[in-house]
Each structure stands twice: as C-alpha cells, then as structure tokens.
Design a protein around this ligand. Sequence first.
Ligand code: NAD
Length: 260
Amino acid sequence: MFNGKAALISGSTSGIGLGIARALAAKGVSIMLNGFGDAAEIETMRADLEREFGVRVLYNGADLAQSDGAGALVRDAEARLGRLDILVNNAGIQHVAAVEDFPLERWDAVIALNLTAVFQGIRAALPGMKARGWGRIINIASAHGQVASINKSAYVASKHGVLGLTKVVGLETAELDITCNAICPGWVLTPLVQKQIDARAQAQGVPVEQAGRDLLAEKQPSKAFTTPEQIGELAVFLCSGAAANMTGGSISMDGGWTAQ
Ligand code: NAD
C-alpha cells in the first residue's frame, strides 16, 4: 500500500509535521521535508530519518508565506522524488492579539501561510495525483477550525478557511481515488504552543509547568497533550485503504475540546 509512495510534509522540521514525516517514513514512504531551522540540525534530522527507516528523505527549505512558495515546493518534490502521492499541508503560525490591536501585516502573514499556501500546494499537487490516479491530501487545521478563542482572529479565520477548502477539494475529487481531509488537533506540546505557555507564565507570574497545566485545563477536558506521534498515526490511517471513502471531512484529536 505505501511502498513506492512519496509524500511532502510542509513545516516538518519540528512538531506535528516531523511526527507525521516519521510515521509515513516508518511505512516506507519517501519524504520531502520542509521548514525552517539550523541547516546542520536539519541535515542531521534528514540523514537520521533516512537511516532509521531506509527510505529516501529530501529537504527543501522554501518559505511558504512567499507567493507560490508552496506551488514551487510541490513541483520540486515531484521532480526530485519522481512523484507526489501524499501532500500534508502542516506549516502554520500563530499571532495573539485582540482584533483592534491586530497588526495587518501579522494578519496577512498568518493567512498567507495557514490558508493561501494550503490552496497553492493543493492546486499544484492535483494534476500529478489525477494523472497517477491516486492521491491523499491532509490539511492540518485545528480545534480552532471548528470553534474560536479570543485574541486569535487570523488563526481562527485561517483554520475555518482550511476546513472550507478541504470540503471543496473533497467534492472536486470525489469520484477519483483522491481524498482530502483535515485533522483538527487540540493542544499538542510543540514549539508553537510552548511559546504560548511561556508567555502565559510570564504574564501571570506562575511557573511554566503551572502555566501548561492551566492552558490544558481551560480548553482540553482530557488535561493531556495530544502527541505528534498520535497525529502521525492518524495521518497514516487517512492514507490507508480503510480511509479511501473518507473525504472532505475533518477529524478531531483534541481531548474533548470541541465536544463541550
Ligand atoms: P511548530 O512551530 O512546531 O512547527 C511549525 C513548522 O512550520 C516548523 O517546521 C516551521 O519551521 C515551519 N514553518 C513556519 N513558517 C514557515 C514558512 N513560512 N514556510 C515554511 N515552513 C514554515 O508548530 P506545530 O505546533 O507543529 O504546528 C504545526 C501545524 O499544526 C500548524 O498548522 C498549527 O496551526 C497546527 N496545530 C498545532 C496545534 C498545537 O497545539 N501545537 C494545535 C492545532 C493545530
């Protein structure tokens, strides 16, 4: 099922994207990594993945917030891996401020990466998937694609937008062996969330561990973080034959957040 397949995971030098890259590589899928970070550390990560799982692992550090960065990345993955069967749109950023204080440039940056790059990547990947007759597109949205929180206007708007885009792509490819689904995680302890915990600890004058517990208690009834590994396994399931008739949907992995 997976051998010989190739996947591009945007924003996979860290957090959830790296968890998904590892889970797919463990199934024998060739990988194109993307994301920022220290060049030497990324090269070690790439080479380690290749060694650990015996698959081809490449890296392209394209900035997906740039106009057609995601399209160019997809074309590079197809050219260098020879095919692109699985596209995981994962790269994302957050900015926290009340609407009336939200700088337009931060709004534009969040929308460019979290929403426009997803569209650009899908648009570039679909022709090849259609030509090969198989494709899996997974968009990493968020519980914030389904419900809102204060001070996250751009992020919440972008993630709601991703769920809408996922539905359209699911419909447009419904009769093909191509699916498009979104995963909606709740809190996952990654650098993106650690920044919010640190800011909270500082603002409230409490230890970082306490701030992490408070963050969970506020939204996530399980009071436990979802792990990148768990999301990786869900992505593998969405690429499996068992999920062939799931499309245009979203799957929550949020410890009960959106059940409330
Ligand atoms: P992270 O900060 O650990 O990783 C983000 C990745 O995106 C990194 O590899 C980073 O280098 C890359 N990236 C950032 N800007 C980029 C750009 N302009 N071009 C290319 N790559 C870029 O974050 P994470 O928590 O793993 O988040 C991954 C995705 O999951 C995001 O879309 C985020 O919104 C979503 N998400 C995260 C959580 C959570 O609790 N961590 C919850 C719900 C949804």
